[in-house]
Design a protein around this ligand. Structure first.
Ligand SMILES: Cc1cc2nc3c(=O)[nH]c(=O)nc-3n(C[C@H](O)[C@H](O)[C@H](O)COP(=O)(O)O)c2cc1C
Length: 185
């Protein structure tokens, strides 16, 4: 797919099904991530690929996080948390890894990791896959951080859900360039 077409037409796809991306598709997705702009070439990121039984284990971790906040949640609520990762056949957890650098503050390292996620969203669209970037409270939850081995100098930037689009893609939102871009000076 033409790069501009992908940029102009990508939409998030929350309803996903299997199969998970092939090895060739993963290679394309992950190489796109690693082309994110990166001040001082710190490569301030790492990515956890979760699929199969790993998704079940991640759901258990989400459930433990929910229980740690409220020990008497209903079984329905617990099941909802446990089922969150099962909404796609594969998830990529993007983690920014902050490195001390005199010219590159943490926010720039988070942004670089975020662009890597954006690149994967675009690559997924170009490949005919569906993808959606999620975070929510669980991305910042200490139980989830510990269970995933997220260090003190790291931050979960995205739970990127990937798979085959289920149903029609949503319509593109109508945005007017002039509403957001003004000439200055
Ligand atoms: C940092 C970040 C976190 C997000 N977290 C969530 C989330 O937890 N749940 C959700 O439904 N959408 C979340 N979104 C928004 C969706 O990924 C998506 O961008 C939004 O629904 C707009 O759809 P579009 O990408 O098709 O324009 C997040 C987006 C970003 C950039």
């Amino acid at each position: 797919m033409d790069a501009l077409k992908a940029l102009h037409e990508r939409v998030s796809v929350p309803r996903l099904t299997g199969p998970a991306p092939t090895q060739a598709q993963r290679e394309a997705l992950f190489r796109a991530a690693l082309r994110a702009p990166d001040h001082a070439y710190l490569r301030p990121w790492r990515f956890l690929v979760v699929e199969g039984d790993g998704l079940e284990r991640l759901g258990e971790l989400f459930g433990r996080a929910a229980l740690s906040d409220c020990a008497d949640i209903t079984t329905e609520t617990l099941a909802r948390y446990q089922g969150l990762p099962l909404r796609a056949p594969m998830m990529v957890i993007a983690i920014s890894c902050h490195q001390a650098h005199p010219k590159v503050p943490e926010i720039e390292q988070d942004l670089a990791c975020g662009v890597a996620v954006g690149n994967m969203l675009l690559a997924a669209h170009a490949l005919g896959l569906g993808a959606v970037w999620r975070t929510g409270e669980l991305a910042y939850h200490p139980v989830v951080r510990e269970g995933l081995g997220v260090a003190d100098n790291e931050r979960i930037i995205a739970f990127l859900y990937l798979g085959q689009p289920l149903g029609a893609r949503k319509a593109l939102p109508e945005l007017t360039v002039e509403d957001y871009f003004q000439t200055w000076g």
